[in-house]
Design a protein around this ligand. Structure first.
Ligand code: SAM
Length: 259
C-alpha cells in the first residue's frame, strides 16, 4: 500500500534532503504570504519537512491523483518557521495536465520523489509552466540510478542495471529524471542548483531496507526474468544480513533548485 511505503520512508527522506538548498531557496522567494504547490504530494511528507523551514504565512496547494493520499496529507497541522499555522487545500487531478495558467500566483513549485515517475514531455511542460509563472522550483529526492551495498556482492551491478531499465519502462524517466529536468529548466534560462540527497540505510533502518531490497529485486526480475533463480538466492542472503544488522545501503537521490 502506497501510504504505508511513504510512512516507512519519511524519516530516511527527511535525513537525506539537501539542506544546503534552503538558503538559496529562501532568497528566491517573494516577500509576503507564500502560495506553495506540492506536486504528487502523497501523504504530505514534503509539506511536513519544508513548511517549518520557510517563513509564514503559507498556503499549500497539494496536488495528487490519489484521493486517499490527499486526505492523509491534510489530516495534520503544520506551522511555518515563525509559528504561523500553514493552510492547505487539495487539488485532486493529474499533474501532467497542469498548464501555465494553473500556476498563476504560485510562489514556489515543489515536488519530492516524483520526477522518475514522469515522462520527458511532462517534465518539459512543468518547466514551461513554472517559468511562465516566474516561480522557483524545488524538486527533491529524485532517484539517480546508483546504489551501493556493503558488503558488496557480484550480483549487485546486474540487479541495479535491470532495476534502472525497469524504471525506464514505457518511456518513464526513472534515473534520467534529474538530468532531463535540470536541462529542461536550463534551456529556459533558469539557474539550476543540484545537490546529492542519498539515503544512507543501516541497522537503524532495517524495515525500510528490507522493503526497498525486496521491491528492488522484484522489479529487476520483472525486467530480467532470466535472473529469477539467482536473485531469489541473493535476496534471501541480503535479507538475512539486513536482519542481523550487517548490511548498509546507499541509494543516491538528487535535489534540484531551479530559480
Ligand atoms: C513516490 S510518491 C511521493 C509522495 C510524496 N511527495 C513524498 O515525498 O512522500 C509519488 C506521488 O506522486 C503521485 N503521482 C504520480 N503521478 C501523478 C500524476 N500524474 N498526477 C498526480 N499525482 C501523481 C502519486 O499518487 C504519489 O502520491
Amino acid at each position: 500500500m502506497m501510504s504505508e511505503w511513504l510512512a516507512l520512508r519519511e524519516d530516511a527522506d527527511a535525513a537525506a534532503r539537501a539542506t544546503e538548498l534552503l538558503d538559496p531557496l529562501r532568497a528566491s522567494l517573494p516577500d509576503g504570504p507564500l502560495v506553495i504547490r506540492d506536486l504528487g504530494c502523497g501523504t504530505g511528507a514534503n509539506l511536513r519537512w519544508l513548511a517549518p523551514r520557510l517563513p509564514g504565512p503559507q498556503r499549500w496547494i497539494l496536488h495528487d491523483h490519489d484521493a486517499e493520499l490527499l486526505a492523509l496529507a491534510t489530516a495534520g497541522t503544520v506551522s511555518a518557521a515563525d509559528g504561523t499555522p500553514v493552510t492547505t487545500q487539495t487539488n485532486h487531478s493529474d499533474l501532467t495536465r497542469l498548464c501555465p495558467a494553473d500556476l498563476a500566483g504560485t510562489s514556489l513549485l515543489t515536488a519530492s520523489a516524483l520526477l522518475d515517475l514522469l515522462r520527458e514531455a511532462a517534465v518539459e511542460s512543468l518547466a514551461e509552466a513554472c517559468c511562465a509563472a516566474r516561480c522557483p522550483a524545488l524538486l527533491t529526492l529524485s532517484v539517480a540510478g546508483r546504489v551501493e551495498l556493503a558488503p558488496a556482492d557480484p550480483l549487485d551491478a546486474e540487479i541495479a542495471a535491470a532495476f534502472n531499465d525497469h524504471q525506464r519502462r514505457d518511456g518513464l524517466l526513472g534515473p534520467d529524471a534529474p538530468a532531463v529536468t535540470a536541462a529542461a529548466f536550463r534551456r529556459r534560462g533558469r539557474e539550476v542548483l543540484s545537490r546529492p540527497s542519498p539515503w544512507r540505510l543501516g541497522a537503524g533502518q532495517a524495515d525500510l531496507t528490507a522493503r526497498w531490497l525486496t521491491e528492488w529485486c522484484e522489479a529487476a526480475v520483472e525486467q530480467r526474468p532470466d535472473l529469477a533463480t539467482d536473485v531469489e538466492d541473493y535476496l534471501r542472503r541480503r535479507l538475512r544480513a539486513c536482519a542481523a544488522g550487517r548490511l548498509r545501503v546507499t541509494v543516491d537521490h538528487v535535489d534540484l533548485l531551479a530559480r
